[in-house]
Write a protein that binds this ligand. Structure first.
Ligand code: IPD
Ligand code: CA
Ligand code: CA
Ligand code: CA
Length: 267
């Protein structure tokens, strides 16, 4: 994608994200219609659906040749990464949205032929926008984010990890996860994959490891982390397929090597 095209697309997407966020903030104290999806803890509200529709209607009108991959069913069924694809999570952290009315984000990644061109993650209630364009750095609001520290001993690292992966599970060897938890300086869990990736990009956490995420959870964040010199791969270090569910490891190259070599044992 040419720089000028990317810039124009970025300006439009950013304006829509801020507008969608404003709509959510305005409605934050109104009663929610809450449904469940795959299980009793997999929540969806009418605001998730309404926000996704807000984007899909605008994209189809303004960019009829672009495709959409999104969580709540208003997007397209895609089997190829060719062309321009908007990968959208209208509310990432729906459980936080429902229970806390904060700590959730709108996440958008815009990819062309599989390459991440634009990443936008908007912490709606804090009014903080993380934004990146390929080759042009990543920002937290107006502030450009520095490159990640490339040498950081694990003993000094903050690891974002859901406690679930230290309990017996069918994806990853939990005893190794327990020794990793003992090794690092501390662990955190924020309940929004998009914000968790933004925090890695910002350098306020050093690594995010998880076993199951969808394209819309990670598409925006991957662009951000790339722009500050970080790596985002599957948990075994192999490349991510952005159209599929993935395990995920996002951090600097040093930490990635150590975790893949010594701590991550997939079942
Ligand atoms: C979820 C959040 C959560 C992660 C889940 C995701 P949603 O997204 O990102 O942090 O652990 O795997 O499904 O459903 O709130 O958009
Ligand atoms: Ca969901
Ligand atoms: Ca999500
Ligand atoms: Ca969501």
């Amino acid at each position: 994608m040419k720089r000028e095209e990317r810039q124009q697309l970025f300006d439009t997407a950013k304006q829509w994200v801020l507008e969608a966020g404003e709509n959510i903030r305005t409605a934050i104290d109104e009663p929610l219609r809450i449904d469940t999806k795959s299980n009793a803890n997999d929540l969806v509200t009418h605001m998730d659906q309404q926000t996704e529709k807000f984007f899909t209607e605008k994209i189809r009108r303004e960019f009829p040749d672009h495709s959409i991959l999104s969580e709540e069913g208003y997007g397209d069924n895609l089997d190829s990464d060719k062309g321009v694809i908007w990968i959208i999570d209208p509310i990432d952290g729906t459980m936080n949205f429902v229970h806390q009315k904060r700590n959730f984000a709108i996440s958008i990644g815009i990819y062309q032929d599989g390459v991440g061109e634009i990443g936008l993650i908007y912490n709606v209630m804090d009014d903080v926008l993380y934004a990146a364009r390929r080759g042009e750095g990543a920002y937290r609001n107006e502030k450009k984010l520095p490159q990640l520290k490339q040498e950081l001993p694990l003993e000094e690292a903050i690891l974002i990890l859901n406690n679930f992966w230290t309990c017996p599970n069918h994806k990853i060897e939990e005893t190794k996860m327990q020794s990793l938890v003992r090794k690092v300086r501390g662990t955190r869990s924020y309940g929004s994959a998009a914000l968790e990736l933004a925090y890695v990009a910002e350098g306020i956490a050093d690594c995010y490891l998880t076993m199951k995420l969808a394209p819309w959870d990670i598409a925006g964040g991957m662009v951000l982390v790339n722009e500050v010199g970080g790596l985002t791969t599957k948990a075994d270090g192999s490349p991510i397929n952005i159209l599929e569910q993935n395990t995920l490891l996002s951090c600097n190259g040093d930490i990635q090597e150590e975790l893949v070599g010594e701590y991550i044992e997939l079942k």
